[in-house]
Ligand binder design. Structure first.
Ligand code: SF4
Length: 252
């Protein structure tokens, strides 16, 4: 899970024109309604079996891609899918499986240390509170939010680089730091959408609202988005018309 590029955002000229507060409730509800319709069952793209393997996967994904983590974890979890087995595998054994992931030395140490603590302080069961999760090595606010949301059903909204970008570009929750974006998102997101908000925003940023080339023509929230540089309507229409022509489908 990549960190937001806070430095870059601070220097953005367009930010000066952004509203200081998020969307009004009805507009935010419409935005989530559209995202929810396009992805009815949003989930993390990390592959996991239970709270412990999700926790390890999220720790491994810090400043790395989910794809790189998913390539490494099947072999790791085949050998160690519980805290006890992870402790038995040891730092060198863990490191052997995660060398393709950035910061693997530190992550191997953290996975071993957090497994030891889960065994000694939580009876081998991954804790489901923010306080206990954030006390584990390698687990910060964002990692805890992802775990609490994904396997413990809590309405947390973790802000990674994609969520940060989409929240700012659209005007849904414009703010200069991930902490402030999270606070605004929790304020503007209707309760019924809070559980899925992180996933909808991250997937939208990962596949549609790309950092360098946002896919405005195919964006389902295009009419609601306040991004000044989004593809102009005429260009968007032309792209859609071209696509429809090439696929042989009738225009709507
Ligand atoms: S309209 Fe463009 S800039 Fe706005 S959210 Fe969609 S892809 Fe991103």
């Amino acid at each position: 899970m990549k960190k937001p590029d806070v430095k870059k955002r601070k220097s953005s000229k367009a930010d000066a024109n952004k509203p200081s507060r998020g969307f009004p409730p009805d507009k935010a509800a419409e935005l989530y309604k559209r995202l929810a319709k396009s992805r009815p069952d949003p989930r993390t793209e990390l592959e996991y079996q239970d709270p412990f393997t999700l926790l390890v996967s999220v720790v491994l994904s810090a400043q790395a891609t989910d794809v790189s983590v998913n390539k490494a974890t099947p072999a790791l979890f085949a050998e160690a899918d519980t805290p006890a087995k992870m402790v038995k595998l040891g730092e060198a054994g863990i490191a052997k499986h995660i060398r393709t992931i950035g910061l693997w030395r530190m992550k191997a140490k953290n996975v071993l240390a957090l497994s030891r603590i889960i065994l000694s302080q939580h009876g081998g069961v991954t804790p489901g509170t923010r306080e206990a999760l954030e006390a584990l090595p390698g687990v910060g606010h964002k990692t805890a939010s992802v775990v609490l949301n994904e396997v413990f059903g809590q309405p947390t909204i973790a802000v990674d680089t994609h969520v940060f970008r989409v929240a700012n570009r659209t005007g849904l929750a414009p703010a200069p730091t991930p902490e402030k974006v999270e606070k605004l998102l929790l304020e503007v997101t209707p309760d019924k959408y809070k559980r899925g908000a992180h996933h909808w925003l991250i997937l939208h940023g990962r596949y549609i609202c790309l950092a360098r080339k946002p896919g405005c023509p195919e964006c389902v929230i295009r009419e609601l988005c306040q991004y000044e540089d989004k593809t102009p309507p005429e260009a968007a229409k032309a792209v859609i018309a071209r696509r429809r022509g090439s696929s042989g489908r009738a225009s709507a």
